[in-house]
Ligand binder design. Structure first.
Ligand SMILES: Cc1cc2nc3c(=O)[nH]c(=O)nc-3n(C[C@H](O)[C@H](O)[C@H](O)COP(=O)(O)OP(=O)(O)OC[C@H]3O[C@@H](n4cnc5c(N)ncnc54)[C@H](O)[C@@H]3O)c2cc1C
Length: 186
């Protein structure tokens, strides 16, 4: 591995390429299991999609696998600050889709009955009247209804989570190693 002018030699049980949210999470959980881990990042921590996204999460996905995965992911987010010993930003604002086509709304109604309700996901399908009552500032022209995921399915931000995972006291205690700006040839 090269770092500008010199060479450094490192050995580790696992080498993770890329310090985005996925690489950092993989590194963190490997380190927690007792493996030594090196994270190689070609730019800076969180320089990829993980700090450039919309920062939204939701539970109401169109299939069982993603829905169950998202339910578990939110439970994990809720406990992650405590686990890491640093605070992440975790706002709860709800998640609203405005729907323009009747057949799309009908599909959401079907998903709600067949998938979301049985899994305990509290999605509400709103008529235009309910939408106006609840969110009077929304322009409902050409809207046939809405799908509302209540605040416990609201947005978070992976920018903060990258930072928290990298800087968290727990991870340093576990010997996690991050090398920002190290060039690799992968
Ligand atoms: C515009 C946009 C909006 C999004 N909105 C949402 C949203 O609302 N909700 C949601 O859940 N998801 C959203 N996503 C998706 C989410 O951001 C990504 O799924 C997630 O950030 C991917 O994380 P990652 O760690 O895999 O990738 P990245 O964060 O991209 O990390 C990859 C890292 O690898 C590094 N790297 C690449 N090649 C090398 C190499 N050869 N050597 C060393 N390092 C390397 C990069 O520099 C980078 O830091 C959005 C994505 C985009 C682009």
């Amino acid at each position: 591995m090269s770092e500008g002018r010199g060479l450094i030699s490192l050995t580790a049980d696992a080498v993770v390429i890329g310090a985005g949210i996925v690489g950092l999470a993989a590194a963190y959980y490997l380190a927690r299991r007792g493996f030594s881990v090196v994270v190689l990042e070609k730019d800076y921590v969180g320089s990829g999609s993980s700090t450039r996204n919309a920062g939204r999460y939701r539970v109401h996905f169109g299939n069982r696998e993603n829905t169950e995965f998202a339910i578990r992911a939110i439970k994990k987010l809720e406990s992650l600050s405590g686990e890491l010993g640093w605070n992440g930003v975790f706002e709860r604002q709800g998640y609203l889709w405005l729907v323009r086509r009747k057949e799309v709304l009908e599909n959401y109604e079907r998903l709600n009955e067949e998938l979301w309700k049985p899994l305990g996901v509290p999605v509400q399908i709103l008529t235009v009247e309910e939408l106006r009552d609840r969110f009077s500032y929304i322009n409902t022209q050409n809207i046939v209804g809405a799908v509302y995921g209540p605040p416990r399915m609201g947005p978070s931000t992976t920018i903060t989570w990258c930072w928290v995972i990298t800087r968290g006291r727990s991870i340093l205690a576990l010997g996690f190693m991050s090398i920002p700006r190290l060039k690799t040839w992968v």
